[in-house]
Design a binder for this molecule. Structure first.
Ligand SMILES: Cc1cc2nc3c(=O)[nH]c(=O)nc-3n(C[C@H](O)[C@H](O)[C@H](O)COP(=O)(O)OP(=O)(O)OC[C@H]3O[C@@H](n4cnc5c(N)ncnc54)[C@H](O)[C@@H]3O)c2cc1C
Length: 597
């Protein structure tokens, strides 16, 4: 029998970055990739370039035989079983590897979606919640890509509000089967998947997950949706008409389906964040190549400041996104590594991933919104050619839009970020309230804790400033509304935005610091430039969100004194982002791609 391993104490509890200082040694960055990480990155990259990209046209026209073959090839190359334990045919590698593969495969949204759904929400419910028998039966096929997985939570009347589903399950009179009745909607891979995790309410009440095979009596798949993007993926409804599911195919416990539904989404979210960064790396290459050859007014457009600014912004975001993504999975791996070989029952791994739910949601929101700006600017750089199908900008533009909708919409993820932090604060798990009180006292007494001098001292001070502004605004909002802040969605959203930006800018600064320690400040000038550009924008966004929160919570003299405090906190000299962007643009244009050094 598998043993349940206790989760070791978290060195960096989820969300604690808001109230604690971090050093560069505390975070994992792409510069820390091992030989093995680099090798798998290369394998994934080559597979994407040599096998996925040449088949885009076929997949866009829904030639799913090609898609299935590519899923099988990915499995053969060991790219699909990284999260599956070895005894069930997988590779059981670290989460950094999971993120690297998602990142490097992201050269075509249609296939990324298929592969992401298959390896993540398709297989992980069984990895984390399956019985020994279920794992033995289903995981080897899924890990090798012989079988394809899917996950069916959403319904036409309940997507975000998934627990409110209408699909019902009833035990058959002979007690051998559950009979499922209802319809699921927008199910990725439905057109060709073999195994589905389907959520239904037993006796109309107990939300439960079931493993359903394509051939089970009463199971059928509806017509393909006609979508704006990711047309190379399959999205169909499922129709369950007295669908007979053996009782042995109940996944997890009856009435506990919500644990399954939400846990695997965390993995989906960090992988989606990594994939968005990977996709941006491709977009910048396409955009640079076009900008270097397209002429206007007797010059190549790559010489124009307003085009260079766009290219620089893409590079800045990629640097920051990589820093956030690999920092997050690095934290998970550090704890998971301490579990040793005892973690067969996967409960402990699940708990570690759950711990970083807030960071996973941050990656999802930030990554999906970043790629949205990248594809938009890529279309703009292409001018009229950006708007026509022959050029790749149009496809990337359409494909990227879904990222803000699935794996929990960005609105829902913003509510998760603030909700999670507040819940932890209220329960005492995260001493957020104490940190807010300390800051308020500090602000009122006019004292402040100094950041030590040393490399990137200005940048580190600005990270500390960002944390203070966020805490101050959150303090004002929680003082006014207490628990009822949950109903103030705009404030919850603004607090989430400040949290996201703080995590992003701190990740970029720590990465630049790490690079500066290794290569010297001069040798890291591009990384430092990218960090400075990112943090300038982030601070403006944090300040603006904080003002909105304060203005919504106070008025009169109180508002005036709170705004004065904010002004004091926000007193800093801006970097010369025009010169910095020129420097960054020059470097990426010269090399034809995103580079750190
Ligand atoms: C291409 C594609 C593939 C998909 N793949 C899958 C899949 O494989 N499996 C699966 O189960 N589902 C899948 N989905 C469904 C997807 O997860 C849902 O569409 C998504 O969760 C949103 O649900 P909804 O469409 O019902 O929108 P709604 O929940 O109706 O939301 C509509 C709008 O209201 C907002 N909103 C909703 N509730 C709140 C709230 N409490 N506060 C503030 N704003 C709110 C939303 O953010 C959104 O902007 C897929 C969808 C698409 C389009």
């Amino acid at each position: 029998m598998a043993t349940v391993t206790a989760v070791p104490a978290m060195k960096f509890p989820g969300g604690s970055f808001l109230i604690e200082e971090r050093t560069p040694e505390d975070i994992f960055t792409p510069e820390d990739f091992t030989e093995q990480h680099l090798l798998i990155a290369q394998t994934a990259e080559e597979f994407a370039l040599k096998e996925i990209v040449p088949n885009i046209e076929k997949m866009e026209h829904k030639d799913f035989a090609v898609t299935r073959e590519l899923v099988r090839r990915a499995g053969e190359l060991g790219l699909s079983g990284v999260d599956v334990p070895e005894q069930y045919g997988g590779m059981q590698m670290d989460k950094v590897t999971s993120a690297i593969i998602a990142d490097r495969l992201a050269k075509y949204g249609g296939f990324s979606t298929t592969w992401g759904a298959h390896t993540c929400i398709g297989a992980l419910p069984i990895v984390y919640f399956g019985t020994e028998e279920q794992k033995k039966k289903y995981l080897p096929g899924l890990a090798t890509g012989q079988k394809v997985g899917a996950y069916a939570l959403s319904e036409s009347s309940s997507g975000s509000d998934a627990l409110n589903c209408r699909t019902q399950a009833k035990l058959s009179t002979d007690g051998k089967h559950y009979l499922l009745n209802g319809e699921k909607m927008w199910i990725t891979n439905a057109g060709f998947a073999d195994v589905f995790t389907i959520f239904a309410k037993v006796d109309g009440e107990k939300f439960t997950a079931f493993l359903v095979e394509r051939g089970f009596p009463g199971f059928s798949v509806g017509a393909e949706e006609h979508k704006m993007g990711i047309r190379g993926s399959s999205t169909c409804p499922l129709i369950l008409n007295d669908c007979q599911v053996p009782v042995g195919n109940v996944l997890g416990e009856i009435g506990k389906g919500h644990h399954i539904a939400f846990n695997v989404l965390n993995v989906g979210r960090f992988k989606l964040g990594a994939a968005c960064v990977g996709s941006a790396r491709n977009c910048i290459e396409t955009a640079i190549a076009y900008a270097k050859q397209r002429k206007a007014f007797g010059k190549v457009i790559a010489d124009f400041g307003l085009i260079r600014e766009k290219l620089a912004n893409m590079a800045v975001g990629i640097f920051t996104g990589e820093a956030m993504a690999y920092r997050t999975v690095g934290m998970m791996d550090e704890v998971i590594a301490q579990l040793g070989s005892e973690h067969e029952d996967m409960k402990a791994v699940r708990k570690v991933i759950d711990e970083y739910a807030v960071e996973c949601s941050i990656l999802k929101v930030w990554g999906s919104e970043f790629i949205g700006t990248v594809v938009d600017e890529m279309v703009q750089i292409h001018g009229g050619y950006g708007f026509v199908e022959e050029y790749p900008a149009e496809l990337s533009y359409r494909d990227s839009r879904i990222n803000r909708i699935f794996e929990g919409t960005n609105e829902i993820n913003r509510l998760i970020i603030t909700g999670f932090l507040l819940k932890r604060a209220m329960s005492g798990q995260l001493p957020l309230m104490a940190a807010i009180k300390k800051l308020m006292d500090e602000v009122l007494s006019g004292t402040s804790e100094e950041v030590e001098d040393g490399p990137l001292a200005t940048e580190r001070k600005l990270v500390a400033t960002a944390k203070k502004i966020g805490l101050f605004a959150a303090g004002v909002a929680t003082q006014k509304y207490m628990q009822a802040i949950q109903d103030q969605q705009e404030l919850m959203g603004a607090i989430a935005d400040m949290t996201i930006e703080t995590y992003a800018m701190e990740s970029a600064v720590l990465r630049a610091q790490k690079l500066a320690a290794r290569n010297g400040e001069a040798g890291s000038r591009h990384a430092i430039a990218m960090t400075r550009v990112y943090m300038t924008g982030a601070l403006e966004r944090i300040e603006s969100a904080a003002k909105m929160v304060v203005a919504a919570c106070s008025d009169g003299d109180m508002l005036r004194s709170q705004l004065a405090i904010l002004r004091r906190l926000c007193k800093y000299e801006p970097f010369d982002t025009v010169a910095l962007r020129q420097q960054i643009a020059q470097r990426v244009i010269e090399t034809g791609k995103y580079v750190v050094a």
